[in-house]
Ligand binder design. Structure first.
Ligand SMILES: N[C@@H](CCC(=O)N[C@@H](CS)C(=O)NCC(=O)O)C(=O)O
Length: 217
């Protein structure tokens, strides 16, 4: 298997967390502007040029969630990232969508806006994104009552999505300190060996964070 990815990318960390969780072996094709060969391969695989992309037995799989679903089908391990019970699986998939759509998407909006040329910035859109993050944080604080992981007692796809989403979102638009359950959950995610490994691999790239990476985590 080949994974086209970059260690500092949140969606790549989502997939890396799933791979490390089950100790799945793969060839890491790190995307770098200097490596024109890998970039060209990647561009042919996915002209939309969003990463990560996985190639497994000649099949190209795009979108982080679909890659994790693929791993569950073809490379299952001791950590079942999607429950076999269909009702429980729906809750996991819902929370995966929650973290992608309502945490990662507004977080990326704020970061990408900050690197637009002066005069091309979208202040209204950034305020909307900040409002969405505040609503998502508040909702999550309620939802996490009595839960260790996003969907309950078991680590899942939803936690693979949550880990990088909350990691970068708190850097971008800090989580209200009063939201203890969200902070506690973010700390548990950072302590999870699979995600912690992804965070350590990305540490050398922190200078790339456009808003300036805080001196923590
Ligand atoms: N919906 C995609 C999102 C992937 C995504 O946004 N990846 C970012 C890196 S975290 C990317 O490709 N950025 C390149 C760009 O914006 O040009 C997924 O779930 O895989």
């Amino acid at each position: 298997m080949k994974l086209y990815a970059h260690p500092f990318s949140s969606y790549c960390q989502k997939v890396l967390t799933a791979l490390y969780e089950n100790d799945i072996q793969f060839e890491y094709r790190v995307l770098s502007a200097d490596d024109t060969e890998t970039m060209a391969e990647f561009g042919r695989l996915w002209p939309l040029q969003r990463f990560p992309v996985l190639v497994d037995a000649g099949q190209t799989i795009r979108e982080a969630t679909i890659i994790v679903e693929h791993l569950e089908i073809h490379h299952p391990g001791p950590t079942r990232l999607i429950p076999s019970d269909p009702g429980a699986a729906l809750e996991v998939r819902f929370l995966d969508r929650f973290f992608d759509n309502y945490v990662s998407t507004p977080q990326q909006k704020i970061v990408f806006d900050s690197i637009r040329p002066e005069g091309e910035r979208d202040r209204y859109g950034v305020r909307e994104a900040q409002g969405m993050l505040d609503s998502a944080y508040r909702w999550l604080d309620e939802a996490m009552a009595g839960r260790q992981w996003a969907a309950g007692d078991a680590f899942s796809l939803a936690d693979c999505a949550a880990a990088p989403a909350l990691f970068y979102a708190d850097w971008t638009h800090p989580i209200d300190p009063a939201l203890d359950r969200v902070h506690g959950y973010r700390r548990r995610l950072l302590a999870r060996a699979s995600f912690s490994r992804a965070v350590e691999e990305a540490r050398p790239y922190r200078r790339l964070f456009p808003l300036g990476a805080p001196d923590r985590d």
